[in-house]
Design a protein around this ligand. Structure first.
Ligand code: GRF
Length: 205
């Protein structure tokens, strides 16, 4: 049984590229759809170049956010998507979308959650003067970056690192952690701890 993956991306799509380069059409995983809320997202070009269906779902083309998210959800369901990956998707998803993919939406975030959720996390990391930054991959729930944590990796920050330097440190970590989480999901290795559904259990660890 292969896992059909849908990716939502708003920007340059380097995380999408990491998925295309490392897990796409390997280990029973196939990226079958890339959706963006922005027509000029470079992620769409990357998808098309890889022969993956790419669609734009701009808010302006729909009655409201619910209708837009329903349209994305319907498209992904029509392509039999079993996992939705948010790879730099800069919009919140409506609860109905999440209900359509229960425990099947994951996100990569450039901070060690629960520190610095939401947008501007790298800037806030710098302003706060923390010594350690990092990346989190988590299941998406109704909150902002609040869902159960799948993988995290920390990195020490050199003194005086600005937002650009922090991003350069975090990006390669994102590009490893997100594909790794997709592999674990595809293998059926992820489950929620029945004793505490905030906690993700990883089989074999
Ligand atoms: C990444 O830092 C991701 O964590 C954040 O947005 C950025 C997207 O980068 N949510 P890219 O479009 O994958 O290059």
């Amino acid at each position: 049984m292969s896992l059909r993956v849908g990716v939502l991306a708003s920007g340059t799509g380097t995380n999408l590229q990491a998925l295309l380069d490392s897990v796409h059409r390997r280990e029973g995983i196939e990226v079958v759809a890339v959706a963006s809320n922005k027509a000029d997202a470079r992620a769409l070009e990357r998808a098309r170049r890889a022969g993956v269906a790419a669609e734009v779902f701009e808010l302006e083309a729909h009655a409201d956010r619910e209708a837009r998210d329903d349209a994305i959800g319907d498209w992904l369901v029509s392509l039999d998507v079993g996992l939705v990956v948010l790879a730099g998707y800069m919009q919140l998803l409506m609860p109905a979308f999440l209900r359509a993919f229960p425990q099947r939406v994951i996100n990569v975030h450039p901070a060690l959650l629960p520190a610095f959720p939401g947008i501007g996390s790298v800037e806030r990391t710098v302003e706060h003067g923390v010594r350690v930054a990092g990346v989190t991959v988590h299941f998406v729930d109704d909150g902002v970056d609040t869902g159960p944590i799948i993988l995290q990796r920390a990195v020490d920050l050199p003194q005086g690192a600005d937002a650009g330097a922090v991003r350069r440190l975090l990006q390669p970590i994102e590009h490893e952690l997100l594909p790794e989480a997709v592999r674990l999901f595809a293998r059926g290795a992820l489950s929620l701890d029945p004793a505490n559904p905030r906690r993700v259990l990883i089989a074999g660890r």
